[in-house]
Design a protein around this ligand. Structure first.
Ligand code: TEU
Length: 538
């Protein structure tokens, strides 16, 4: 069999550290908390943990504003905790992936503190300055993307909050500083990196081009040469603008750029006119078309990241499924659906329990993007109810609520006051009640992870979409010369007929109802069948 990198068989678990497990009662999750959950993660079966940023930070955007790339924020622990985590996780077969925010730093980073003092400072050119606020760009978090600094008589550019000044990637000295920092982490035993807004690194502000700029791929190849190659790392770039044309560059099999990218074509389908705050219902054929295009487009030419959730998007059962009556079968259906695809699956903390979106009054939210969106819309005269509907559908904090470990005060997350309100459904939805229960969402993920490690067809099989126009059924096959996988999912909450071609074809590997009557698919029913050359008749 051909050699393939470890991350093609891997399942990666995302931890949002402030919401995972709080060991010291300050209401914020921390590294010792994560250490205490390694047995849980090992039992789940994941190969790596992607940690959202734990670097030193004023936490304006929950750590996506870094003031020291070479230190751990005291909120999360110490460098010794980090070393212990890398070491202990390694012993349990789990690699640690760190989240590199290289597009911008915090305005409290020493580079920026120097940069804003004088135009003569060698650090001034580490950032992007203009004498006038032009072109008139808008920040992704609302307001102008330009901020005036009287000391230098210039504006600096910030695509995100004003506490997140963009780094000037045209400056070779800056790039070398970043590469040296990455190498230092790799030397500490880090297993890989997630790169925040990686598609912004080739920006040309003068022309108003932020994402997917002309020098992007040249930059990524340089970074790969200088910091990644020869080190057995997994690297995954976050790229909202990735498409099936440029993804083979990002994830070229020769390793010249990154291992893979997070693409968002499927997760932006419901943005009406591109506006995430104005979501619309999706039609299943649209979703199938997008995912099928990615499966075909990257076959042999790149590698897919597979995911429904992360810390920026809603919980999938609440977004496109059912977080009420059919929550459990629905959570399993989404699990089966994406675990059968080609690529590396990511699980966002709590997804393995079928956690749902929170919906709070505005006072209970903390996220800068969410709060800015609320204020902006209210100021524009939009009604309270309409604004809150959008916030409840798309606000980032809805999926950032603390991990639900047990039905106990603080949900087993904290003994103190949680930084963000715990979803009140923790009495019903929590890890303790699911571990050991063969019918739980947790057990479904556990099994899917094991299956991916058992059958090469998950890594290699050729994808074929079945019934592309069907409004309810998402079905596909994955095939090699020796093996065949058939995945059949009812994407909606009503019972429908099951076409003959989708009826039992091989050994059932997994299903989310106790039986599987021919001819019918019940609400959110999911089935996965397997056959191999030897037992084709099975
Ligand atoms: O997100 C990139 C990004 O573009 C987000 O603004 C995203 O569009 C938004 O959350 C969706 O509504 C990354 C991080 O994942 C996010 O948490 C950070 O806030 C952002 O970069 C800035 O670092």
């Amino acid at each position: 069999m051909e050699q393939h990198p470890w991350w093609q068989d891997a399942v990666i678990y995302q931890i949002y550290p402030r919401s995972y497990c709080d060991s010291n009662g300050d209401g914020v999750g921390d590294l010792p908390g994560i250490l205490s959950k390694l047995d849980y993660l090992q039992a789940l079966g994941v190969d790596a943990i992607w940690l959202s940023p734990v670097f030193r930070s004023p936490q304006d955007d929950n750590g996506y504003d870094i003031s020291d790339y070479r230190d751990i924020d005291p909120l999360f622990g110490t460098m010794e905790d980090m070393d212990r985590l890398i070491d202990q996780a390694g012993r349990q077969g789990i690699r640690i992936i760190m989240d590199l925010v290289l597009n911008h730093s915090s305005d409290e980073h020493p580079w920026f503190r120097e940069a804003r003092k004088s135009r003569e400072s060698p650090y001034h050119d580490f950032y992007i300055w203009k004498d006038r606020p032009e072109p008139p760009l808008r920040s992704g978090f609302g307001g102008s993307a330009w901020e005036w600094v009287p000391e230098v008589g210039q504006y600096y550019f910030h695509h995100f909050s004003r506490k997140q000044p963009d780094l000037n990637w045209d400056n070779p000295a800056l790039r070398q500083e970043l590469y040296a920092m990455i190498r230092a982490w790799a030397d500490r035993g880090i297993g890989g990196f997630r790169l925040d807004v990686v598609d912004h690194l080739g920006k040309e502000v003068d022309r108003g081009v932020i994402a997917d700029g002309p020098r992007l791929h040249e930059r990524l190849r340089e970074m790969s040469r200088e910091a990644f190659q020869g080190r057995d790392l997994v690297t995954v770039g976050e790229a909202w603008t990735a498409n099936t044309e440029n993804a083979p560059l990002y994830s070229a099999p020769d390793g010249s750029e990154l291992s893979m990218v997070f693409q968002f074509e499927h997760l932006t389908l419901d943005f009406r006119g591109g506006d995430k705050w104005d979501p619309r219902p999706i039609r299943l054929p649209e979703l199938k078309a997008v995912l099928a295009r990615w499966q075909r487009g990257l076959r042999g030419r790149g590698w897919n990241s597979l995911f429904w959730e992360n810390h920026d998007v809603p919980r999938i059962v609440s977004r496109w499924g059912d977080d009420g009556e059919y929550r459990v079968p629905c959570a399993k259906m989404f699990a089966v659906l994406y675990f059968g695809l080609q690529g590396t699956p990511y699980i966002y903390q709590g997804q393995e329990l079928g956690m749902t979106n929170a919906a709070y009054p505005i006072e209970d939210y903390r996220d800068i993007e969410l709060l800015n969106a609320y204020r902006e819309r209210r100021a524009r005269g939009m009604g309270e109810e309409e604004v809150m509907r959008a916030i409840h559908a798309m606000g980032r904090d809805n999926a950032r609520t603390p991990m639900q470990w047990q039905d106990a005060p603080g949900a087993g997350f904290t003994t103190g006051t949680p930084w963000l309100r715990i979803n009140p459904n923790f009495h019903e939805i929590n890890a303790e009640s699911q571990i050991g229960d063969p019918d739980s969402v947790f057990a479904c993920y556990q099994r899917l992870i094991r299956l991916r490690k058992t059958y090469p067809v998950f890594r290699e099989g050729d994808f074929t979409l079945l019934l592309p126009e069907d409004e309810d059924i998402f079905a596909y096959t994955r095939e090699t010369e020796r093996e065949r996988l058939l995945v059949v999912c009812n994407f909606h909450g009503r019972t429908i007929p099951c076409p003959a071609q989708l009826q039992r074809a091989g050994t059932p590997l997994i299903q989310n109802y106790p039986d599987a009557p021919a001819g019918l698919l019940r609400p959110y029913e999911a089935r996965m069948y397997y056959s191999a050359a030897e037992n084709k008749e099975d």
